[in-house]
Each structure stands twice: as C-alpha cells, then as structure tokens.
Design a protein around this ligand. Structure first.
Ligand code: C2E
Ligand code: MG
Ligand code: MG
Length: 627
C-alpha cells in the first residue's frame, strides 16, 4: 500500500510549501540523486563505448556520441549537486534521459544496437517508479512509451516492434513502483536515508531479544545537535536539512555495519551498539562528536537484563538531558547500575504509582477551635534509588526533568477524587481541598483549562479548591501565569500564596499575584517560643492580610503555645504537627468513622485526631461510608 504523506519543504526563496504525494520512503533527495546519477553515468558510458565500437554506417554516430557524453556529464552533476536540488529538478533529469535515449535509438549506427538501446526506456520507468508519485510515474512512462512507439518503427522496423520495448517499460514501472512502496514500509527517514524512529524501535527490540539470548552487552546513545533551532531559524530549513544529512552521512561512514544509526526525530539521532560496553560506547560517541563541526550533546547507557526498550531509551535521554544542563557539547554516561531518580519517577507517574496524603488545616477561631476546615494534599512517594529523598527534592527533580506537569496533574486528580469521595460520604464536612502547584506549570497556556477539566471529571466543586503557589517560584512577570490565576479565580478556585515571607519582594508581589489566601511560612511560626517575644512580622502579616481582605494560614504549628500566640495575633487558620501530620485518605476515613461512633455515643470533646473533623453540634447521622 502506498503512503499518503504531507511533506513540508522549503521553496527556493525560503517560503514554506506543503505538498501531498504518494512515494516510496526511498525518495530522499540523496538516494534519488545517487540512483539517477548512477543510471545516467552508466547509460552514458555504455553509449560512448557502443558508439566507439559498434559497426554500421546508418544514423549519426557523432550525434549519439554527443548524447552519451551529455548523459555522463548530467550523471556526474547529479552525483555532486543532486542532494541539494529541489525535487522538481529530478523530473527534468528523467524527462531529459527519455529524450537522450530516443536520440540514441534514432541515430545509432546500426539497427540491432538501436533496438538494444531501447531497453533504457525500462530503466527510466524504473527510476520514475521508485522516486515519484504515481501520477508522475504515469506521465514519465507515457512520455517514454510514446517516444518508443515512434522511434523504434522509425528504424524501418514493423510498427509492433516498438510495442515490445514500450510494454517492458510499462511492466517494469508498475512492478518496481509497487515493490519499493511495500519494501520501504515507512522505516526509513526521508531526509537522511537513515532508520527513522519506528525503524529504530524495531531494531532496538530485535537487539534486546538478541542480547537476552546471547548474554552480549548492548549500549545505546542518544545524540542531539546543539542549538539546531538557530540554524533553522537563521539559515532556513534547507540549511538545517543539509546539516542533518551531512551529520548522518559522516557518522554512517564511521560506524561498523552492525551498529545502527537512526534519526530519532528532529535533530536527535539514536545509535544502537550491539556487543559494546558503556566505556566503549563513550569512546565511540566522542569519536562521532569529533567527526562533525556541529556541537552536539550525547547520553550513553547500556541495557540490563529484563529491561524494556523504552526504559533504556529514557535512561539515555536522562544522560542527554544532563549533558545539555551541564553546558552542552559533551557526553554523559547515565549508568544502568543505578536507576536514576527521574527515570524511576517517570515510570511511577506513568503507572500512577504515587501516593497522596492529606494534612488537616484547622480553625483557630474561638467557636470552632481545632476544627478541620480543609486538608492539604501532599505528594508521598519513596524511590528505591534514593530512599531518603524529600518531597521537596522530588518536586525539584520533577521540575528539572520536565515531569512536573504530569506529576501535579496526577496529584490534583487523585486529591479531587479522594475529596469528592470523602465529601459524599460525610456530608457535614464541607472541606476545602488545598493542592500545591508548581510555578512552572502555571506558565503553560492551557493550565486553567486542565484544572477545570479535572474538576469536571471528578465532580469536585471549584469553590472548594485552593491552589497553593509558592511565591518565590511564581514568575509574577509572566502574563500567562497571571492570566491562568485570574481565569481560575473567575471560575471559583481560590489561590493561596504558599511559604509567604520567604520570597524577595513579598509585599510588592501581593499586588500583582491574584490571590485569596496567604500561608505564612513555617520559619516564622518556629520562631514563636515561650522564652522570646513573638516575631513582630507575624503581627504585621496578620494586619496586612486583614486590610487586603486575604485569609491567612499559619504553617508548621507544632506546640500549644504557638497556637495560642497565633490565635492572639488574629490568625484564623493553622496547620502543623500540633494538630496532625499528613495521612492517607483511608486513615481519614477511619478517623471519621471512629469519630462518628464517638459523637454518636455522646463522647465529650477530645484531641483533634479523634473528633476534630466534625462540628460538635453536627448530627451523628453521617453517611454510610464503609458500610
Ligand atoms: P508546603 O506546601 O509548604 O507543605 C507543607 C510542608 O510542611 C509539608 O512537607 C508538610 O509535611 C510539612 N509540615 C506540616 N506540618 C509541619 C510541622 O508542624 N512542622 C514542620 N517542620 N513541617 C510540617 P512536605 O510534604 O515534605 O512537602 C514539602 C513541599 O513540597 C511542600 O511544601 C510543597 O511546596 C511541595 N509539595 C508537596 N506535594 C506537592 C505536590 O503534589 N505538587 C507540588 N508542586 N509541590 C508539592
Ligand atoms: Mg503547600
Ligand atoms: Mg508551605
């Protein structure tokens, strides 16, 4: 089956044009130029030889010799400049070949040789069938057939003698066209003639199966051209394509036949090295980088028994990423011995294997002191590679390796679903759900819509969601981030500024960041000690938030004394180990079920963990969760 492709190319003045064509994957500029050039040179040399040695006095020997000489020159020009010529020029070469063959057949010194030369029409059909779309194949073959049907009888042969050569040309065109389209089957990159991503993935699974069978090593390298986008932007896509072709050509020459190079996408190349150690792969990669003038960064890794191809590629990708982060133009080994945190985290996100725990936010006001009014969702996940990594450390890795959007989406979705379940089961709760969001995500234009989509899917009401943005991370000057926050607020979501007081320009930023709540950083609360006066800034923040009509939450409350001071200063809400640590949703449910029993039994006020969830005057007739 032929493929329908939209090929983006650049016109002669740099304009982008789009053409739709049905061609075989061999129709790259390089393969086309080389094949047609070789046809020309071979036909020309044969023509020259025959003209020199063939007996006979008919026709015009000099003219045939000239035609053959022109063919050789055209062939050489194609071999030299062909890869850089626009696709349309190749049509001219093929049509010209038809004319030259016709000249040779018409004026060859003897009739038998002339009939032999008419076999070249089949070559022309073959060339067109490999490189052009079907409608062009038809045009070129028709042109050749018409000239053939005219020129063969012009040698004073019966009219039907031309039909044989014409018939062969048509047959060859059709068969070769069908076979090349079937054989190429999309595994080849059209530009460089290397394997494309699909071809590489196929080669990778074969190589892994072979390595698993034989126990031989297998290394994988991902290479990315540094600042390739600049070449495209400043010199045009044609120049970018030429760089990719040159790099592919140069590296192909350095590699052994069993080492497979692929264009993995854009300006990224992938290299599969069977029976190669990590150290040997690094040496070879350095050799490849030295062979081209374009700077490039590379990630090297090796396969471990039992690993999937995608894991191997992700690990090489982490190496490549680190090479770029470290300043580009270098090779970084991402050793397979330790599963890097980012790869492990990526897998966990893909599998949804992360936990979300909830820490209560409680009221400090007199009438409902100690009463939970909301929960903050906090990511929990332990890595086997780095078991002691903190949640903050994980978030940093996720931000560094571009995993944060997926991770936060997972946490938000899980948290909304858990909260919706809690609320449905214990209708009196009326909880607010606080979820942390990275400043990086907010800069993505579709962020507000993604949040709304999750709220829709999970049924959690927008006005019971608070998104906590860490003040220092938020690019207040980013219009997209500010726009997202404003849109979300218009839709009912509230915004909290997390760790307030830790950034540089806290107060000036309050004016630019659309917000409803301040979460005062725990370092201020930790400074409240019975042996020293309360930090004056806390009182200022409380007064400021009142005048700006912002709610204020104190984080990290660990003692009764801190809670009392904060209440005195006018803080309405607090969060911290003094009330509760964070827990899985199942524990909250158990807590609530226990509390339902206690409230139902008329047990008087207790510590938060047993009764803090439900107002003391609430009906004991709670939902039937777990029953
Ligand atoms: P945060 O949003 O300020 O969360 C409060 C942190 O303080 C949590 O740490 C919590 O366990 C801890 N904490 C709570 N009460 C106390 C206390 O009384 N004393 C002390 N010393 N600490 C207390 P955790 O869970 O390690 O989270 C650290 C930070 O990681 C969070 O700070 C938040 O910025 C970020 N984070 C957590 N989960 C997510 C998430 O899903 N997405 C994003 N983007 N960031 C998250
Ligand atoms: Mg927070
Ligand atoms: Mg905080």
């Amino acid at each position: 089956m032929s493929r329908l492709e939209i090929v983006r190319g650049i016109g002669s003045r740099g304009d982008t044009r789009t053409r739709v064509r049905t061609v075989s994957a061999l129709a790259t500029a390089r393969v086309m130029a080389r094949t047609t050039g070789a046809f020309y040179v071979m036909g020309g040399v044969l023509g020259l030889l025959l003209t020199a040695i063939a007996p006979g006095t008919e026709g015009n020997r000099a003219l045939v010799g000239c035609a053959a000489g022109v063919a050789v020159l055209l062939g050489v020009s194609l071999l030299i400049w062909g890869p850089r010529l626009p696709h349309s020029v190749h049509h001219g070469y093929v049509a010209l070949a038809t004319v030259l063959v016709t000249i040779a057949v018409h004026w060859f010194p003897n009739t038998v040789g002339a009939i032999g030369l008419s076999a070249f029409y089949a070559f022309i059909a073959c060339d067109a069938a490999i490189f052009f779309a079907w409608q062009w194949v038809a045009a070129h073959v028709t042109f050749a057939v018409l000239l053939c049907l005219w020129v063969v009888p012009s040698r004073e042969l019966p009219w039907w003698s031309g039909v044989i050569s014409a018939g062969v040309a048509v047959g060859v065109g059709i068969v070769v066209g069908i076979l090349t389209r079937m054989a190429s089957d999309a595994d080849i990159d059209m530009l460089t003639g290397l394997l494309n991503r699909r071809g590489f993935d196929r080669a990778l699974s074969n190589a892994i199966a072979h390595a698993a069978r034989t126990g031989q090593g297998l290394a994988l390298v991902l290479v990315d051209l540094d600042r390739f986008q600049k070449i495209n932007d400043h010199l045009g896509h044609r120049a970018g394509d030429a760089v990719l072709q040159r790099v592919g050509d140069t590296w192909s020459k350095v590699l052994a036949p069993d080492q497979q190079l692929a264009r993995y996408g854009g300006d990224a190349f992938a290299l599969l090295l069977p029976n190669t150690t990590e150290q040997a792969a690094i040496l070879l990669t350095e050799q490849l980088r030295a062979a081209v003038t374009t700077g490039c960064s590379a990630g090297v890794t090796s396969w471990q028994p039992g690993e999937s191809g995608s894991l191997l590629v992700s690990r090489a990708d982490v190496g490549l990423y680190r090479a770029k982060q470290a300043g580009r133009n270098r090779t970084v080994l991402e050793s397979s011995r330790q599963l890097p945190l980012a790869v492990e985290l990526r897998e966990a996100i893909d599998k949804g294997a992360l936990d979300v725990h909830y820490q209560p936010i409680v009221s400090l006001s007199e009438d409902g002191a100690g009463q939970a009014v909301g929960v903050e969702a906090l990511l929990r996940w332990s890595s086997s590679a780095q078991p002691d990594v903190t949640t903050e450390g994980l978030i940093r890795v996720a931000e560094e390796y571009d995993l944060i959007a997926d991770l936060d989406e997972l946490v938000l979705r899980r948290a909304c679903a858990d909260a919706a379940r809690l609320q449905e089961t214990f209708a009196q709760l009326d909880l607010t759900l606080n979820v942390n969001v990275s400043g990086l995500e907010l800069a993505e234009s579709d962020y507000a819509d993604r949040v709304s989509g999750i709220l829709n899917d999970t049924g959690w009401p927008a006005d019971q969601l608070v998104l906590e943005v860490t003040e220092s991370e938020l690019a207040a000057e980013s219009q997209t981030a500010i726009g997202n926050l404003s849109t979300l607020r218009e839709r009912g979501v509230r915004i909290a500024i997390d760790d307030f007081g830790t950034g540089y320009s806290s107060l000036s930023r309050l004016a630019t960041i659309p917000s409803d709540i301040l979460k005062v950083d725990q370092s201020f609360v930790a400074a409240i000690r019975s042996d020293s006066p309360a930090p004056p800034l806390l009182g200022v923040i409380a007064a400021l938030s009142r005048s700006l009509d912002l709610q204020v939450i104190a984080e990290g409350v660990e003692t009764e004394y801190q809670a009392a001071v904060l209440t005195e200063l006018g803080f309405a809400l607090a969060q911290g180990y003094h009330y509760s640590d964070s827990h899985p949703v199942a524990d909250l449910i158990n807590d609530l079920n226990d509390q339902r029993g206690l409230v139902g039994a008329g047990v008087p006020e207790r510590e938060f963990s047993s009764n803090g969830w439900i107002p003391m005057d609430a009906s004991p007739e709670l939902g039937a969760f777990g029953e």
